[in-house]
Write a protein that binds this ligand. Structure first.
Ligand code: SAM
Length: 236
């Protein structure tokens, strides 16, 4: 799926329509989303980046839902890094994956709440929530010898934060030769955007979806030399 310029705004609008807001104001703020045949309720906060659902997450969820034949997640071992409120992990779980949703320790309470509320008795595999602070204790918490992920999911993990080196280390640590990375990147400032070039020193990248109207590109990546060749116009 690579939308042309004309389709970009139309498809972006279709993706954003998957979000809805409660008709009544309740004591706890939440937002609703429609994905994978379910109504998903996400509790948000306003005090940190991971406490709201970012548009990149919707782009990735829409892709997973609409490409579930080509990217069949049933029984696949999936990790999400920087999961935030958990929408992507929830959708991957609803699509049949065994998911590990990860983020910083201070995000885990709300993440666990959202994951449990939206997946309990609805999924083939109950997702796990686990701390993963980029670059920290990777071998201790995710030993290379025993951790094998079919997919690494990441939505909007590159922005003005001081952990870009650690983020690259984390992708490198978690990614095996056959692991597929699906990464929705929101382009903001040049300094952070250059991360894409650094990422390409380790991984081959393919644009699978591009939304100029949202400044979001969805990439598939694999370790260098592991990706099957595709038409050259898709390679970046
Ligand atoms: C912009 S938010 C995106 C959240 C979610 N993926 C989404 O798209 O809605 C970035 C996420 O990265 C997480 N994050 C930032 N720095 C991190 C670090 N050093 N280690 C682990 N997670 C981090 C934040 O806590 C937050 O959940």
């Amino acid at each position: 799926m690579l939308p042309g310029e004309k389709e970009d705004e139309q498809l972006a609008a279709e993706i954003m329509r998957r979000r809805f807001f409660p008709a009544l104001i309740t004591h706890k703020a939440w937002e609703g989303f429609h994905f994978a045949g379910h109504e998903i309720r996400i509790t948000e906060a306003t005090d940190c980046y991971g406490a709201v659902v970012w548009p990149s997450a919707l782009v990735l969820c829409y892709f997973l839902e609409t490409n579930s034949k080509q990217y069949n997640l049933v029984d696949k071992n999936v990790i999400e890094i920087g999961a935030g409120t958990g929408l992507v992990s929830i959708v991957a779980s609803l699509l049949g994956a065994l998911v590990t949703a990860t983020d910083l320790p201070e995000l885990l309470g709300n993440l666990q709440h959202n994951v449990l509320r939206n997946t309990k008795l609805k999924c083939k595999h109950q997702p796990r929530v686990k701390e993963l602070s980029w670059g920290i204790d990777l071998e201790k918490n995710f030993p290379r010898s025993s951790c094998h992920f079919d997919y690494i999911l990441a939505a909007d993990v590159v922005y003005n934060h001081p952990f870009l080196d650690e983020l690259l280390l984390t992708f490198d640590h978690l990614c095996k030769n056959d692991t597929v990375i699906l990464w929705a990147m929101k382009f903001r400032l040049d300094k952070e955007n250059q991360f894409v070039g650094r990422f390409q020193t380790l991984f081959d990248l393919e644009v699978i979806s591009n939304f100029p109207s949202l400044n979001i590109t969805l990439y598939k990546a694999m370790r260098k030399g592991r990706m099957k060749a595709r038409p050259s116009k898709l390679m970046v």
